[in-house]
Design a protein. Structure first.
Ligand code: GDP
Ligand code: IMO
Ligand code: MG
Length: 446
């Protein structure tokens, strides 16, 4: 008797505790599980009506997030993907690096769509600024690396984060200071010295600088806020926040295929540092992956297809970078890599995009293991750059139906659903959304 009673009291208390916890876990995180371009922008746009705030937490204009609705395609680089929804606000968090010139172009592109940026866009004073010289340094560094170049987007991302961690950076809040120009010139002079070491021609600096200063004036007109206080207040008031990742987990500065990575923490932990939120505030972690896999830029890609199948995927999926226009390298889904990303992020729901692109392939391959130093392994080893990993594949039947007009998961072909079920079993996380086209409406909820 006594033990049953104790058990009941324990359960009641646990329920109360978890209810209370849930009310505080008001931040969900959405991020890419591969090498970027998984379709984050599209899905954030679809999910935005569920949230009061959409917040970018890392990266900068290296990102290119595509949204499509009402026949129009929009590409965002710095501005969060909730921007087209009137009833949500968008925050560019402290973890982001901002090029004011690129941001101004994005703002101008929003004008015909009657987005009231004064009402729906907020920028963290602690976000770092990308200077024209950061861009030049990015180009100089890449040129000096020759064939070992990272394949950077040349947006100045690496040098800006280097200055952030080196404690030299210029932040958005500095543009409100009377000493802004002094701070700017001090950092610029440092960069000019470095460019000299690289023997890099920086004759275009003057032109770049002029445009940059004009865009800084535009930035001054936006809502500059202490975003960590703003976001935490939203959470306290019971409003839901969606943190929008950029790049992908395999490009993370710590866990990606280093050194062929970007310069920020793209994993879920980056949302905590990039927005100033505590880990216990995070609820759902949505992990997005393509029904296949792509990578743009240099670096290892075990399941890359150097054949006509890879070409076909690139063609069907329009796999060309949203930021640089470069062709994306294409290959099959890589389970050891996905499992690694799911582990790092604590993914609670999976979202599979671009299922429509695989229509017409008689077989779909999935890499289940790697052969590595003569052993069969199911995890991502430390070194996949100097040591070769050979993917071991399992084949599944493909499907031929065009999925792009389908409006319910019940319409999806059996072999696609078998693929989905197989992935869920292997990855041990449910796939809750299947995307079958670039448009908002081509999104199937399970
Ligand atoms: P992000 O960086 O993760 O936001 O992704 P990108 O926008 O760089 O790249 C994804 C590309 O795929 C964009 O051109 C999207 O419009 C497109 N896209 C997104 N989801 C789907 C889908 O389910 N099917 C197809 N065919 N295209 C999609
Ligand atoms: P979204 O958010 C795909 C890649 C670059 C390069 C490496 C380092 O659209 O998914 P960087 O400019 O960051 O120094 O480049 O990272 N990269 C991306 N690849 N999608 C992105 O963003 C990327 N952002 C950077 O191609 O290999
Ligand atoms: Mg992209």
């Amino acid at each position: 008797m006594r033990s049953i009673f104790t058990e009941r009291v324990k359960n009641v208390n646990q329920n109360k505790i978890s209810e209370k916890l849930n009310s505080f876990m008001n931040i969900d995180v959405l991020l890419g599980l591969q090498w970027g371009d998984e379709g984050k922008g599209k899905i954030v746009d679809v999910l935005t009506p569920k949230y009061s705030v959409i917040a970018r937490f890392q990266g900068g204009p290296n990102a290119g997030h595509t949204l499509e609705f009402e026949g129009i395609k929009h590409v965002l680089h710095t501005i969060p993907s909730g921007i087209f929804h009137k009833y949500s606000v968008n925050v560019i968090g402290n973890g982001v690096v901002i090029d004011p010139v690129i941001m101004e172009v994005e703002l101008n592109a929003l004008e015909p769509f009657k987005v009231d940026v004064n009402k729906v866009l907020f920028v963290s004073r602690k976000a770092q600024l990308i200077l024209p010289t950061h861009k030049l340094l990015d180009a100089a560094s890449e040129a000096s690396k020759g064939k070992d170049k990272i394949g950077s987007t040349l947006k100045g991302i690496g040098p800006t984060y280097m200055d952030k961690t080196g404690r030299n950076g210029l932040r958005v809040g500095d543009i409100e200071s009377d000493h802004f120009l002094d701070k700017y010139n001090k950092l610029k002079d440092k960069h000019i010295q470095l460019l000299g070491n690289f023997k890099f021609d920086y004759s275009e600096l003057e032109t770049l600088e002029k445009a940059w200063m004009t865009s800084i004036d535009k930035l001054r007109t936006l809502n500059l806020i202490d975003s960590e206080h703003f976001i935490n207040k939203q959470i306290k008031d019971g409003n839901k926040v969606l943190a929008e990742g950029a790049q992908g987990s395999l490009l993370d500065i710590d866990f990606g295929s280093y050194p062929f990575v970007t310069s920020s923490n793209t994993v879920a932990a980056g949302a905590c540092t990039g927005l100033g939120i505590a880990p216990n505030k995070i609820g759902e972690v949505y992990g997005i992956f393509k029904a296949y896999c792509t990578r743009v830029g240099s670096g290892p890609f075990p399941t890359e297809l150097h054949n006509e199948v890879g070409e076909e995927i690139r063609k069907n999926g329009h796999e060309f970078g949203a930021t640089t226009g470069r062709p994306r390298r294409c290959g099959w889904v890589d389970l050891p890599a996905l499992k690694y990303a799911i582990m790092l992020n604590g993914v609670t729901q999976l979202i599979m995009t671009k299922a429509d692109v695989l229509s017409g392939f008689s077989e779909i391959s999935v890499c289940t293991h790697y052969e590595y130093k003569n052993e069969k392994i199911d995890y991502m080893p430390y070194d996949i750059i100097d040591e070769e990993v050979t993917p071991i594949y399992k084949s599944l039947p493909g499907w031929s139906e065009d999925l792009t007009g389908m409006s319910s998961v019940n319409d999806l072909p059996n072999s696609l659903m078998d693929y989905v079920t197989y992935l869920e079993k292997e990855l041990e996380v449910p796939i809750s959304i299947i995307s079958v086209g670039p448009d908002r409406t081509q999104t199937l909820l399970r």
